[in-house]
Design a protein around this ligand. Sequence first.
Ligand code: UDX
Length: 437
Amino acid sequence: MNIAIVGTGYVGLVSGTCFAEMGVNVTCVDVNNEKIEKLKKGEIPIYEPGLEEMVLRNHREGRLKFTTDITTCLDDVELVFSAVGTPPDEDGSADLTYVLEVARTVGRNMNKHLVLVTKSTVPVGTAQKVRAAIQEELDKRGVQIPFDVASNPEFLKEGAAIKDFMSPDRVVVGVDSERSKELMTKLYRPFLLNNFRVIFTDIPSAEMIKYAANSMLATRISFMNDIANLCELVGADVNMVRKGIGSDSRIGSKFLYPGCGYGGSCFPKDVKALVKTAEKKGYVMKVLKAVEEVNEHQKELLFHKLEKYYGGALKGKTIAIWGLAFKPETDDMREATSLVIIRLLKDAGCKIRVYDPVAMDECHRRIGNDVEYAVDMYDAVLNADALLLLTEWKPFRLPSWGVLQKSMNRSVIIDGRNIYDGKELRQLGFDYYCIGQ
Ligand code: UDX
């Protein structure tokens, strides 16, 4: 089977590589020539465990190709996946410029039936616009070529994307023709051996599922953060509360971890976009608005804890930060809590020393020399008046407390991910604060 994937960003590259791994001939297309040339040489633009090796192997074995010119493969493919970006525009709505440009390019160049499958997260109703854009181009050419559109949203987690793709909980496919249903079934059949389900729906429902799933997960996190903050006020321990409620099978134990706020490329963007979609229809998503508000507050929480500890006197203090990425196993800092904390510390006149196992270059690219970049995690805490833990990377989980005590100016730890044993740390003489305990 031959397919094309337009957009070699996170979703496009992981999807293309995983389809190739299952024996599909995949052409990955991107307008960025530099990116394509690098990919041809085996240079991967993102950090994702296991991806590089898989790209290299499938490229070498000829199943994975890279090009800037979609016309070179359009006559050979049955499916074209669109995995281009949908950045939020000024009002939080998803910007469809790139998605519709792909549709127009396909319409201008196709010569036989194909299905344009949207993988990007797009608002409900986008498939109709994609269909209209293709049709408009065909009309301009004065040709009649049958085509279909479909929606196949992605549920990949950064850092676990390969595993999520190869053995997903489910695959959602929105279709409105038997022909596209057959083609999508053929494509996903090899994955079915891993015993997951393909859920076929109509197209608007598939588009909605992605937003609803991410919004639900974001809601769980904000809900738990709210509960955690209340636990602190009433003397309860959110970890115990989490276990207690998570053992109810209707609630489930996953995704109930309170922390210093959710970030990343999906949750913040998708929650905002769904609120916006509703607004355009004259409906107010009250729960989701609160989810967003709680998250904004939660991202600032560690700063306020620190401020309280020092009675507001933060000017001139040296603050160490462990973890810059929005979560472990990625260098992604989109909407990361670290960016909010760094801004607040900076405004308060602190000196900031940061360390992250992989996101140091990314941080430098984003904020330059506003902070000091430590060579390792212990270097970061040198003469620090407090350590803020923002991302629960594995190397941070069991540090040498003795080294910390010797290096730090004052043994204060504010743990934004509840990874340390507070009792142990207090016994060792640390002033330790975390979330919801
Ligand atoms: C998410 C969805 O999980 C995925 O299905 C979707 O396709 C894209 O968005 P991702 O953004 O990679 O994936 O990150 P995820 O692992 O879901 O974490 C998102 C944020 O929530 C992180 O900042 C994380 O620290 C936070 N989080 C997660 C919590 O604060 N508590 C939790 O219990 C879980």
